[in-house]
Design a protein around this ligand. Structure first.
Ligand code: GSH
Length: 209
């Protein structure tokens, strides 16, 4: 059975899945699932993912797997996107948990408010409150990349010595930060890292907003 991906093209969490599958040249069928039209809120979809969210993957044996970062881990095992030593593995997870707790809830949510649902007026307080927290997350990333560069440890990545699933996870909403009102002007190391990601074979940026 071919791998199926239920995803919304304008969602960074879903774009992570497209990136890992495209980098690894794994064939799959993409089923466009627009949450703006409540496509995940049906009884049929809830049978596949009780949490009613995309991305959702159906593996070759028919098993369903939700959660973008769990999906990244599933496909990355045994590839260059999942390092082999224990400490690097833990560092990759460190950045992936950071992404879901400190980064995505600020950058993805403001992008959704501004560019997906166009609801800045209705959600002004939440939108404004996300800026200091989102810029704090970007500063943590910038400082990590700067320190790695200054230590002369080769190309700066998050967690491993080469691009890993931590980089894919963080790339998803960082490369479209401007669509949520965030500027990367003061983050030169982040901009350089985005450029490195965009040179990976099979790479794509998110097209829709
Ligand atoms: N932690 C989840 C978050 C997934 C998520 O929030 N998906 C959104 C689209 S980006 C969704 O499906 N929302 C549907 C809804 O809230 O009705 C992941 O990383 O996969």
């Amino acid at each position: 059975m071919q791998i199926k991906v239920w995803g919304m093209s304008s969602s960074g969490n879903c774009h992570k899945v497209k990136l890992i599958l495209d980098y690894l040249k794994i064939p799959y069928q993409w089923i466009e699932t627009d949450t703006r039209h409540k496509a995940t809120q049906t009884e049929e979809f809830r049978k596949m993912n009780a949490n009613a969210r995309v991305p959702l993957v159906q593996l070759e044996d028919g098993t369903y797997l939700p959660e973008s970062n769990a999906i990244l881990y599933y496909f990355a095992q045994g590839t260059a996107f999942w390092p082999q030593d224990k400490l690097s593995q833990a560092r990759v997870l460190q950045w992936m948990f950071f992404e879901q707790y400190d980064h995505e809830p600020r950058l993805a949510v403001n992008r959704a408010i501004q560019s997906i649902f166009n609801t800045i007026a209705e959600r002004r307080a939440e939108y404004d409150a996300n800026f200091p927290k989102g810029y704090k997350a970007l500063s943590v990333m910038e400082n990590h990349l700067r320190a790695t560069a200054e230590a002369g440890q080769g190309k700066p990545w998050f967690g491993a010595a080469s691009a890993s699933i931590a980089d894919i996870a963080l790339y998803a909403y960082t490369h479209v930060a401007d669509q949520g009102g965030f500027s990367l002007a003061d983050y030169p190391h982040i901009r350089a890292w985005l450029g490195e990601m965009e040179r990976l074979p099979g790479h794509s940026r998110m097209t829709a907003s």
